[in-house]
Design a protein around this ligand. Structure first.
Ligand SMILES: [Zn+2]
Length: 418
């Protein structure tokens, strides 16, 4: 059996071993996949073959992280209005809701019930909200992503067989026309992206390069909710609006990482209202990097990439659940933003905000354990399999990876030590 799904009618009770190629996106799914072998009580073997990706390499160097954690500590924000609206719709389908239910669902309940009624999903009779539609609301609740919006990826050479799906937030960064979409280790060329039908048509094609989208991004602070001082930096948590557009793509050769092509794309601009944390490194941090003859912006880019990967480990989410970018327009100087790539946020950025010491220490340890010279996709670089967060103008088109030494200097400035 060669699948990570269970659709083949295989008697999984009889499996003795599982080989996972690449780290599954979450610890829970790794355990779930490993647990498909050995169901009849006999000893079983699970092997994880790591990619040259940050998360994979982190697990190889820190097996205790994998074996020492409970996969149950998943993070979800029940106050997120998008999640709550779906939960209330499902609850109303089971039993009519009344004012008393605010105790169970929280203070946002009346406002969200009013919105559901306005949308025609519920109807109030004698102060009770009844489910007003014929559909079964739970069918609309996607456990993987709270936005129901997904794009389907189809293989145009195999009668449009479905290869996978990608959420609408990531689609325009992953399956734009001419992109190379990596599917279970195979390279697929994106022939066409149909924005109306939300379908990407691909064909398997053996190429020696991958593609990275060039994004034009903006982030606006909508509302600062909290502020704290961390290692001499003023760090904020709040609501942000992220806007992005894939304006071009780069082709980057595997292994050598040389940029071998670049062309522009015409795709729509998207926006996302979510939760993030941010800070602009102080003058002291900036000059600590500059004094060492290194470029502070490169350092901050490397820190952003490390933070995105290591926060996904700390908060137990998929690396694709997080976004990050460097922006000067909000604070008047370069600031690092890390945010949840979900409408309203899922609580991951809050964890980053609260656990900055842990996040920075894990980032420094990971960077220092990497055996590369000046930086690679396993440490300060953008992992190949995730969308680009932001193209850094200072890095130029030829260099896809920020400097490792600059990121190290910044982290050491914060954490102390030489
Ligand atoms: Zn490295």
């Amino acid at each position: 059996m060669s699948t990570n799904a269970l659709e083949l009618g295989v008697d999984i009770g009889g499996l003795d071993a599982v080989v996972m190629i690449g780290a599954p996106p979450t610890l829970a799914s790794a355990w779930q996949q490993a647990g498909r072998a050995g169901r009849k009580g006999a000893p079983a073997l699970a092997v994880l073959v790591a990619y040259n990706e940050t998360v994979d390499q982190y697990l190889m160097r820190n097996p205790a992280y994998f074996f020492g954690r409970s996969p149950e500590a998943a993070c979800i924000d029940p106050g997120n209005p998008y999640i709550l609206a779906q939960q209330l719709a499902c609850a109303a389908h089971e039993l009519p809701l009344s004012a008393d239910d605010e105790a169970a669902f929280g203070p946002q309940t009346p406002a969200i019930l009013a919105a559901l009624e306005e949308a025609g999903e519920t109807r109030s009779i004698d102060g009770r909200a009844y489910w007003a539609k014929t559909e079964f609301p739970a069918a609309q609740v996607n456990l993987r992503t709270i936005s129901n919006d997904t794009y389907t990826i189809m293989d145009a050479t195999r009668n449009n067989a479905v290869v996978g799906t990608v959420d609408a937030i990531s689609a325009l960064e992953l399956v734009y026309p001419d992109a190379i979409y990596l599917h279970e280790g195979e390279t697929c060329f994106v022939r066409e992206l149909d924005l109306e039908q939300k379908v990407a048509y691909v064909e398997p094609r053996a190429v020696d390069y991958y593609t990275q989208p060039v994004l034009e991004t903006q982030i606006r602070v909508s509302c600062e909710l909290q502020r704290r001082t961390w290692r001499g930096e003023s760090v904020m948590l709040g609501e942000v609006t992220y806007a992005w557009q894939t304006v071009a793509m780069k082709k980057i050769r595997f292994h050598s990482l040389d940029a071998i092509g670049y062309h522009t794309l015409a795709l729509p601009k998207l926006t996302l209202e979510t939760t993030g944390f941010w800070f602009a490194p102080s003058e002291a941090a900036w000059s600590a990097v500059a004094r060492a003859g290194l470029n502070p912006i490169e350092g901050l880019s490397g820190v952003r990439n490390l933070f995105l990967t290591l926060l996904s480990m700390l908060a137990m989410c998929d690396p694709l659940d997080l976004g990050g970018l460097i922006d000067s327009s909000n604070l008047g100087r370069p600031a690092l933003f890390v945010f949840d790539r979900y409408p309203g946020g899922l609580g991951f950025a809050e964890q980053g905000y609260a656990r900055l010491d842990e996040l920075a220490s894990a980032s420094l340890a990971h960077l220092e354990a990497c055996e590369c010279g000046s930086g690679c996709p396993s440490c300060v670089g953008l992992p190949i399999l995730r969308p680009a967060q932001q193209q850094d103008p200072d890095l130029g088109h030829a260099r896809a990876i920020p400097g490792k030494e600059a990121a190290r200097a910044l982290l050491r400035h914060w954490l102390g030590g030489a």
